[in-house]
Design a protein around this ligand. Structure first.
Ligand SMILES: Cc1cc2nc3c(=O)[nH]c(=O)nc-3n(C[C@H](O)[C@H](O)[C@H](O)COP(=O)(O)O)c2cc1C
Length: 402
C-alpha cells in the first residue's frame, strides 16, 4: 500500500525564485501577457500592450497568421531539422530578431540590457531603439551579439549623424531607420490616461504605483529613466515628462523622405534596413536605390490604423522584388508556426516586439529567454510535425500559397 502511494505521489521541489515560479506556470505568450498585466501599473501595461485607434490593425496582424495553413507531410525523416538562415550576410540559428522598443526600462529595471543579453545568448540580433533607455555604449558593453540601431531622425540632423557614428564605433551591424512615424499614431489608451514618458505622478498614478510595489520600488531606487543615447541634450533626452505624441511632433523631422535615405546610407557605413514599409511599391523603390533590407511593419498597429497586415503583403512583395532586397516582417508573431509561415511566404526573418516585453515584465532577462525559446522550439516542432527538415520544405495549403 505504502509502495503504491509512493509510486503515485511525488513531491515537487519548491521553487523559491518568483521569476522561475511565474515562468513555470506559463504555457504561451498570452499567459506571459497576463502576468505582465498583473505586475505593471495599468498605464504602463497599456503603453506596451496598446495600439492606434480601434486597434483593429494590431488584431489583424495576428489574425493573418491564423488564415495560413500548412499541409503536414508524413513519414519524412525529421530527426534533424534546421531553420537557420543568413541575414545581411550573417548566419543566424533561427529567422528571428528582437524589434526595437522605446522606453524598455519601463517594463523592467534592467530594460534593454536584459533583452540584449538574452538575444545574444540565443545568437539572435536585437535592435536598440533611438528612444532606448540604455545607451549604444551600455549595450555594447554587455552584448557581443549582433546589434542593430533603430534610427528616428531628429530635426537636428547632427544628432542622427552622431548616433550613427557611435553605433558604428560600438560594433553595431545595421542602421534601421523607422519610416512609419512622421507623427505618432493616435494611441487612445495613452490619450485617456494622459500617459507621459516618464510617467507623471498624479493621484491615479500614485494609487497605481502603490498597487504595484515591486515595480515602483525598482523604479525609484534606480537612476532615472531617460533616452540614454542622447543623455544631456536638454528637451530631447526624455528627462522631463512629455506625451510621446508631443515629443515626436516637436523633435522628429516630418520632412524626412526618400532623398534622405541616400544621406543615411552614406553616414551609416553599414547595411541599412528600412522599418515600417507598408506597400509593395515602396519595397520596389527601396530596392531600386540600393537599400539592403526592409521590414514590412505597421509598428505593431501603433501607427496608421487601417494598414494591411504585413503577412498579407508578403506574397505581392515577393512577386515584385524577388531576391533583390531582403524582406523581413513583424507584427502579431506569437508562435513558432507563425515564424515558419512568414519565412515560407518569402520573409528572411521576423521580428517580435510585445512578446519579449511581456516576458521582460514578467521575469526580466529569464522572461525574454523564455519567449525566445518558446518561439524557437515552436519552429522546430512545426518542422517536425509537418515533415519538413527545413522551412523551404514546408508545404503551404493552396489557399495560402496564393
Ligand atoms: C512598447 C513599444 C515600443 C515601441 N517602440 C518602437 C521604437 O522606438 N521604434 C520602432 O521602430 N518601433 C517601435 N515599436 C514597434 C516594434 O519595433 C515592432 O514593430 C512591433 O512591436 C511589432 O509588433 P508586435 O508587438 O506585435 O510583435 C514599439 C512597440 C512597442 C510595443
Amino acid at each position: 500500500m505504502l509502495r503504491s502511494v509512493r509510486s503515485l505521489v511525488r513531491f515537487a521541489r519548491p521553487e523559491w525564485r518568483g521569476s522561475r515560479r511565474r515562468l513555470a506556470r506559463c504555457g504561451n505568450i498570452d499567459d506571459l501577457r497576463r502576468i505582465a498585466q498583473r505586475r505593471l501599473p495599468a498605464g504602463v501595461f497599456d503603453y506596451i500592450d496598446g495600439a492606434a485607434e480601434d486597434e483593429r490593425t494590431m488584431a489583424e496582424n495576428a489574425a493573418a497568421y491564423g488564415r495560413v495553413r500548412i499541409e503536414p507531410r508524413i513519414l519524412v525523416d525529421v530527426a534533424k531539422v534546421d531553420a537557420s538562415t543568413t541575414l545581411l550576410g550573417r548566419r543566424m540559428p533561427y529567422p528571428l530578431a528582437l524589434a526595437p522598443t522605446g522606453f524598455t526600462r519601463i517594463a523592467h529595471w534592467e530594460g534593454e540590457l536584459a533583452v540584449a543579453r538574452a538575444a545574444a545568448k540565443a545568437g539572435l540580433p536585437y535592435a536598440l531603439s533611438t528612444l532606448g533607455t540604455r545607451s549604444i555604449e551600455e549595450l555594447a558593453a554587455v552584448s557581443d551579439g549582433d546589434k542593430w540601431f533603430q534610427l528616428y531622425v531628429w530635426r537636428d540632423r547632427g544628432l542622427a549623424k552622431e548616433l550613427m557614428a557611435r553605433a558604428r564605433e560600438a560594433g553595431f551591424t545595421c542602421i534601421m531607420p523607422t519610416v512609419d512615424t512622421a507623427v505618432l499614431g493616435r494611441r487612445e489608451r495613452d490619450v485617456r490616461r494622459g500617459f507621459t514618458l516618464p510617467p507623471k505622478i498624479g493621484p491615479s498614478t500614485l494609487v497605481d504605483g502603490i498597487r504595484h510595489p515591486a515595480w515602483t520600488w525598482n523604479l525609484v531606487r534606480r537612476e532615472p529613466i531617460t533616452f540614454s543615447s542622447v543623455a544631456g541634450h536638454v528637451g530631447i533626452d526624455g528627462s522631463t515628462a512629455v506625451a510621446l505624441s508631443t515629443y515626436v511632433a516637436t523633435q522628429f523631422d516630418p520632412s524626412f523622405s526618400w532623398r534622405d535615405i541616400e544621406w543615411v546610407r552614406s553616414e551609416a557605413g553599414m547595411p541599412v534596413m528600412l522599418k515600417g514599409v507598408q506597400s509593395a511599391a515602396d519595397v520596389r523603390t527601396a530596392a531600386s536605390i540600393g537599400v539592403d533590407a526592409v521590414v514590412l511593419s505597421n509598428h505593431g498597429g501603433r501607427q496608421f490604423e487601417g494598414a494591411p497586415a504585413p503577412l498579407d503583403l508578403l506574397p505581392e512583395v515577393m512577386d515584385s522584388v524577388g531576391e533583390s532586397i531582403e524582406v523581413l516582417v513583424d507584427g502579431g508573431v506569437r508562435r513558432g508556426s507563425d515564424v515558419v509561415k512568414a519565412v515560407r511566404l518569402g520573409a528572411r526573418a521576423v521580428l517580435i516586439g510585445r512578446p519579449y516585453l511581456y516576458g521582460l515584465a514578467a521575469a526580466g532577462e529569464e522572461g525574454v529567454s523564455w519567449v525566445i525559446s518558446h518561439l524557437t522550439s515552436g519552429i522546430d516542432r512545426t518542422l517536425r510535425l509537418t515533415g519538413a527538415p527545413a522551412i523551404a520544405d514546408v508545404v503551404l495549403h493552396r489557399d495560402a500559397a496564393r
